[in-house]
Design a protein around this ligand. Structure first.
Ligand code: PGA
Length: 254
C-alpha cells in the first residue's frame, strides 16, 4: 500500500452504452456495491442523454456525475452539440480528448485545449486524455509524443485549479492488453515532471490516472504505483460487480 496524502480517483466511461432504463439499473447496482466507500473519489460518465435524468440518484450519493465530451463553444449554430453551460448544474467533471474522439472525430490538441478552458471557466474539472498510438510506442517515442500533447493542450490555459489527466495508451484500450504498470509509472512520472516545467501550472492540483483494459484483477498494479492517482475504466465499468470490486480494492489497498 502506498502512503497517499489524497484519495484515489476512479472514473467510469460508459461510452455509447445503456439507454435510460439500463443506465438506471446499472447505477442502482453499482451504488449497492460501493456507495458506502468514502475514501475513493468515484465519477460516472454516462451518455449525455442520461445525465439529467440520473441527477437525482447521484445527489444523495458518494458518486459524482461527469460528461464524456462537451463542445468548446458556449452557444451557437453547432448542430448536435452540447455546451458546458447546458450541463454545468449537473456535472462536476467532463472527459475531453478521449482517443476515440481524436481518431474518429478528428479532434486536435487545440480543440481539446479550448474544451479544457470552457470547462475551467465554468468550474468543471476536465479529465484530459492523452496517449500514444502503437507505432509511436514501438519506436520508443511515447514520452515526446505525450509531452507534445500536454504542451499544446496546456499552453493557452492559465489556471490554478484542479485538473485530471488520464494517460491512456491507445493500444491498450478496449482489447484486454493493459500496459505494463512500471511503464505507465515511468510515463506518468515524466509527464508530471514536464508539466512542472510549465511555470503557470505550478499551483495546479494535477491528478494522473491510467486507462486501458483496467479490471479488478490488475487495478492495484496501477494504483499501488507512486505517481498513478487512479484509473479510468471503460468496459469493466459496465459490469456493476466488476466495477464494485475495482472500487472496493482501491478503498482497501490503493
Ligand atoms: P477500456 O476503455 O477500459 O475498455 O480499455 C478505457 C477507455 O477507453 O477509457
Amino acid at each position: 500500500m502506498k502512503n497517499k496524502s489524497y484519495i484515489s480517483t476512479v472514473v467510469a466511461n460508459w461510452k455509447m452504452h445503456n439507454d435510460f432504463n439500463a443506465a438506471l439499473d446499472l447505477v442502482i447496482k453499482i451504488f449497492s456495491y460501493c456507495n458506502m466507500v468514502k475514501n475513493v473519489e468515484k465519477i460516472i460518465c454516462p451518455p449525455v442523454v442520461n445525465i439529467i435524468p440520473l441527477y437525482d440518484q447521484f445527489k444523495n450519493s458518494t458518486f459524482s456525475l461527469g460528461a464524456q465530451n462537451i463542445n468548446e463553444n458556449s452557444k451557437g449554430s453547432f448542430t448536435g452539440e452540447i455546451s458546458v453551460n447546458m450541463l454545468k448544474n449537473y456535472i462536476s467533471h467532463a472527459i475531453i480528448g478521449h482517443s476515440e474522439r481524436r481518431v474518429i472525430f478528428n479532434e486536435s490538441n487545440h480543440t481539446i485545449s479550448l474544451k479544457a478552458k470552457a470547462l475551467l471557466d465554468n468550474k468543471i474539472v476536465p479529465i484530459i486524455c492523452v496517449g500514444e498510438p502503437i507505432d509511436v510506442y514501438k519506436k520508443n517515442k511515447s514520452v515526446d509524443f505525450i509531452n507534445n500533447q500536454l504542451f499544446e493542450i496546456f499552453s493557452e490555459i492559465q489556471l490554478n485549479s484542479e485538473i485530471v489527466i488520464a494517460y491512456e495508451p491507445i493500444w491498450s484500450i478496449g482489447n484486454k492488453n493493459p500496459a505494463d504498470p512500471i511503464y505507465v509509472e515511468k510515463i506518468i512520472t515524466k509527464s508530471k515532471d514536464f508539466l512542472c516545467t510549465l511555470k503557470h501550472l505550478r499551483n495546479t492540483n494535477l491528478k494522473f490516472l491510467y486507462g486501458g483494459s483496467v479490471s479488478s484483477k490488475n487495478v492495484l498494479d496501477y494504483t499501488n504505483q507512486k505517481n498513478i492517482d487512479g484509473v479510468l475504466v471503460g468496459s469493466a465499468s459496465l459490469d456493476a460487480s466488476e466495477f464494485g470490486k475495482i472500487v472496493l480494492q482501491i478503498s482497501k489497498n490503493g
